[in-house]
Write a new protein. Structure first.
Lengths: 164, 172
């Protein structure tokens, strides 16, 4: 289903480009995609290996103890700390979270993890946001977002319970 | 990333031996097979979108005085910007250079980081399932709104020495 929608969107956008910008536009689009692909492909492959290896390396008892539903605030804070420091894209983080989830991690720590990784990532902020968007913007945004992961980690379990 | 990879492989080797490594590689292959088609399509779409909506043009509608329209454009751009930081920050830089204000930029970065469609469809739904994904959306939908309201306020409160380090805008 999702694949069909994406394929439809992609073809539509190609047709619109062809109609508005001709073959030059199509070439420019393909060029953007291929240069992105060259940069990402190696990272993707490594990400998948990391996620799958981590599922072998981390036994369920360990995950349960530190990130399980019973871990409470400790689990949420571990989620925030790891999420903010892990220097990786979705191709590592999301499969890794899936692995943690399947092995007993709780909804609160997972929500805190994904939110911290999204809004207060230390390495992405330093390597990308600060040079590209400037120090004042990066600092203000980081300060505003500091509390978000904690709030997400605390709100997620009661919300999740509604769907069970 | 090589460091992390080496570390997890070393841990697996020590704890589970070669069998563990083989098991890990099999797992990697099945993860890759699952994610590959949609990722390729997502990147194709990312390329075409950048041709259809050049950030240098969009940024002109996201100025400091653009009000709610500028915020809406910034947030919408964040929703549909695919790819990783190597896509969004160069786009953000182009938006800023063509005149985007702090509020609309905060909207762009926060929707891109929290609720971007590409990541939801390609990664979160398939790997984490809909109950968790919907939960995460519910607990985070207010964050971009809080961000566009608070970031301009904090920005003005920063010491002038820091504010002066903002990237300069293109003169028209």
């Amino acid at each position: 289903m999702t694949l069909g929608v994406m394929a439809g969107l992609f073809l539509t956008s190609l047709l619109v480009i062809k109609w508005r910008h001709g073959n030059e536009g199509v070439k420019a689009g393909i060029h953007q995609t291929s240069s992105m692909l060259r940069r990402i492909a190696p990272m993707m492959v490594m990400g998948m290996i990391i996620a799958a290896m981590a599922s072998v390396a981390l036994p369920s008892e360990v995950i349960n103890r530190w990130l399980g539903d019973e871990s409470g605030m400790t689990g949420v804070f571990i989620g925030i700390a790891v999420g903010a420091t892990v220097p990786a894209g979705p191709y590592v983080v999301i499969p890794l979270l899936g692995t943690l989830m399947a092995n007993g991690a709780g909804v609160g720590p997972l929500a805190a993890f994904i939110t911290a990784w999204s809004v207060i990532p230390i390495s992405r902020s330093l390597v990308w946001e600060y040079p590209f968007l400037g120090a004042p913007f990066a600092i203000s945004r980081y300060l505003v977002a500091l509390a978000f992961p904690l709030i997400a980690g605390l709100l997620a379990p009661p919300v999740f319970a509604l769907f069970e | 990333m090589f460091g992390i990879l080496a570390l997890v492989v070393a841990v697996v080797l020590v704890r589970e031996g070669m069998d563990g490594v083989v098991e890990g590689l099999k797992g990697s292959w099945s993860l890759t097979r699952r994610a590959l088609p949609i990722t390729l399509l997502g990147m194709g779409l990312a390329g075409t979108l950048q041709v259809l909506a050049p950030p240098g043009v969009i940024g002109k509608y996201m100025g400091e005085d653009s009000g709610l329209l500028g915020l809406a454009i910034g947030m919408a751009a964040g929703l549909i910007t695919p790819g990783g930081p190597y896509v969004m920050y160069p786009i953000g830089n182009a938006l800023m250079a063509s005149g985007a204000g702090i509020g609309p930029m905060a909207g762009y970065v926060s929707t891109r980081n929290l609720v971007t469609v590409n990541r939801l469809v390609v990664w979160e739904l398939p790997f984490l399932g809909w109950p968790f994904t919907v939960t995460r959306l519910i607990v985070s939908f207010w964050m971009p709104i809080a961000t566009v309201i608070l970031v301009p306020i904090v920005y003005r409160l920063l010491p002038k020495a820091i504010r002066d380090k903002a990237p300069s805008k293109e003169a028209d």
